[in-house]
Design a protein around this ligand. Structure first.
Ligand code: ADP
Ligand code: ASP
Ligand code: MG
Length: 603
């Protein structure tokens, strides 16, 4: 007999007929001899309707009352599904998050789960009842027992957290598409179903805009090794498996707030090439990385900072052995990279061999803004200057001077409590086996870009900026420092840009403008009309040419790239919001991810 947790999303329970269909499916699974916990979302667009209702009463409703309001949506569904099951002769009971004992932090509207008390659940399961649980909600650990919610899309997280706490055999997420697809089928009709994906790839995709799974649900599945399957509630097709490698044992206490970092790594064998003053126009990155790929040179980090005037800087790292070759390519194409054919200034190539990369790895780095900030602060306290930053949901890497790298490794492993002797094997084996270079493509149009000009280039600046944002619970992605240096009042300065959720943009700008008075940077500006387009694939490691193909697809579609950031298994470009869907289709097609099978999406 297996213990299965099933979760049904809003569309899957959007009407009486749908609730009855779900009841039939649940009943069938129970009759096959399984114990079942069923997590449900609010019916259809109920949560959106409640949000709109609140906005009609208040322009800035307090988060506690929002939780009180939004948690009612799921409560309707649990009662109706439980009734429908009883009607079929299936013993069932509905329970709210508080009744189940889903204990969370007291952070309204984005609470993290601390633990789940499973006694009551187990009692009902032992009595042969199906337990129907309200997703997305919990109860605070404080004396007042406040109702909390986990953030939009959070029912996925409720389900996986319940599965992990109950040590269930598997967690099935039923939704309105046949599983995880190569991209959003609503934007790209040729998107195809994948049979499996690694948890790290799915973490990246989910945090880069693929809303089919809540990133925190994937994080829990990865950390506890919970088998997770995404499938359609309309069909019997097998869906997509999210596979996790064997987890290190970890406690169920402090489930979502315990240790996020499980590895610290260094890579001394790195050299940096920076191309300054390249034209800010479509096709430049494609040309540069196309030539590099032609030479079969594997590029690691790629960073393109925000433009200054009509030019950009692009920097990238390669292993030392191919530095000369990569430099020759860059030098050879520099004369052709002018802002105008008649312009006298051509791109300038700089190299630096004395660099090293230090990285922390784990899950949920972007979702927990304090983690990157702690890394920057730890390096700053040790007076180590950060030359380049690359952030992703599974890794934050910093390029530092080579002579500082051992010290960086030591202090970071101490700060994040990582046992260096035990983690070597884990990092070496992370992406074993065959993986496609690009598994999926995601578009996030809900992002804004913040730029801070002329930040003094001294240790501690990134730490101050990102600690402040972390304190305000603002998650940051795509952090980029320009390579170009301006001397202001005898102090070298660089520009720093990063992306945040649009809803956090004003708050982030305000906070930094305030900080600015203390640290003395230049202008702070925000731009909401941007989109982040990303490709993800564990097979892109050691596979030259992936970046070049991505940039070429955008160039062919006449799309200008505003920023580039990469991490081990993803490449992201910031582009104009208006180009988002066009770019997504171009890139999806360029990697041959499309197919003929049309995905059925229920109306
Ligand atoms: P639910 O209500 O079941 O939780 P969601 O709307 O949250 O469903 O997530 C399912 C939707 O996610 C799909 O209808 C699809 O439009 C969107 N989506 C975005 N990216 C992907 C992807 N890579 N694979 C599948 N669906 C995706
Ligand atoms: N009902 C909530 C939402 O719409 C939670 C969920 O469906 O996952 O965000
Ligand atoms: Mg969802």
């Amino acid at each position: 007999m297996a213990l299965v947790v099933q979760k049904y999303g809003g569309t899957s329970v959007g009407s009486v007929e749908r609730i009855q269909a779900v009841a039939n499916r649940v009943r069938k699974t129970a009759q096959q001899g399984n114990n079942l916990v069923v997590v449900v979302s609010a019916m259809g667009k109920t949560t959106d309707t409640l949000v709109k209702l609140a906005s009609e009463v208040s322009s800035n409703p307090c988060r506690r009352e929002m939780d009180m309001l939004l948690s009612t949506g799921e409560q309707v569904t649990i009662a109706l599904l439980s009734m429908a099951l009883q009607e079929l002769g299936q013993p069932a009971i509905s329970l709210t998050g508080a009744q189940v004992g889903i204990v969370t932090e007291a952070e309204h509207s984005r609470a993290r789960i601390l633990q789940i008390c499973t006694d009551r659940l187990e009692r009902h399961l032992n009595q042969g009842e199906v337990v129907v649980v309200a997703g997305f909600q919990g109860v605070s650990s404080t004396e007042d027992l406040e109702i909390t919610t986990l953030g939009r899309g959070g029912s996925d997280t409720s389900a996986v957290a319940l599965a992990a706490s109950l040590k269930a055999d598997r967690c099935e997420i039923y939704t309105d598409v046949p599983g995880i697809l190569t991209t959003d089928p609503r934007l790209v009709p040729s998107a195809q179903l994948m049979s499996e994906i690694t948890a790290d790839e799915m973490l990246e995709l989910a945090s880069l805009g693929a809303k089919v799974l809540h990133p925190r649900a994937v994080e829990i599945a990865r950390n506890y090794g919970m088998p997770l399957i995404v499938l359609s509630s309309w069909s019997d097709r097998p869906g997509t498996k999210v596979v996790s490698r064997l987890p290190q044992p970890r406690s169920l206490q402090g489930m979502e707030i315990a240790k996020a970092v499980d590895g610290v790594e260094i890579d001394r064998d790195q050299a940096k090439i920076a191309m300054l003053h390249v034209p800010d126009s479509p096709g430049v990155a494609a040309k540069l990385f196309g030539e590099i790929a032609n030479q079969n040179i594997d590029v690691d980090l790629i960073i393109q900072s925000i433009h200054e005037g009509n030019t950009n800087d692009i920097s990238f790292t390669v292993v030392n052995q191919v530095l000369k070759q990569a430099e020759a390519v860059a030098e050879a194409i520099a004369p052709s990279l002018r802002t105008h054919p008649a312009a006298s200034t051509e791109a300038e190539v700089m190299i630096d061999q004395e660099i090293a990369k230090v990285a922390i790895s784990g899950a949920g780095m972007i979702g927990r803004p304090g983690i990157a900030a702690k890394m920057f602060k730890t390096l700053a306290d040790a007076k180590i200057n950060i030359q380049m930053i690359s952030t992703s949901e599974v890794k934050v890497s910093c390029v530092v001077h080579e002579s500082e790298c051992d010290r960086a490794l030591h202090i970071l492993s101490q700060a994040f409590d990582v046992d260096l002797s035990s983690q070597k094997e884990i990092t070496a084996n992370r992406y074993q086996g065959e993986h496609p270079p690009v598994r999926g493509v995601a578009l996030d149009t809900n992002q804004a870009r913040i730029a801070i000009r002329q930040v003094p280039d001294v240790p501690g600046m990134a730490a101050q900026i990102f600690s402040l944002l972390a304190k305000k619970s603002i998650s940051v992605d795509a952090i980029i420092q320009s390579q170009r240096c301006h001397i202001i009042n005898n102090i070298p300065t660089r520009d720093i840009a990063f992306t945040v959720a649009q809803s956090d943009a004003d708050l982030a700008c305000e906070a930094i403008t305030e900080l600015n008075q203390k640290i003395g940077c230049g202008d702070v500006s925000g731009d909401k009309a941007i989109a982040k387009l990303s490709i993800v694939g564990a097979g892109m490691i050691g596979h030259p040419g992936v970046a070049a193909k991505f940039f070429a697809a955008l160039a062919q579609a006449q799309i200008n790239i505003q920023m580039i950031t990469t991490s081990e298994i993803k490449i992201s470009c910031v582009i104009d919001e208006a180009d988002g869907v066009k770019g997504l289709n171009a890139v999806h097609g360029a990697f041959g991810l499309g197919g003929d099978e049309k995905v059925n999406i229920p109306a």
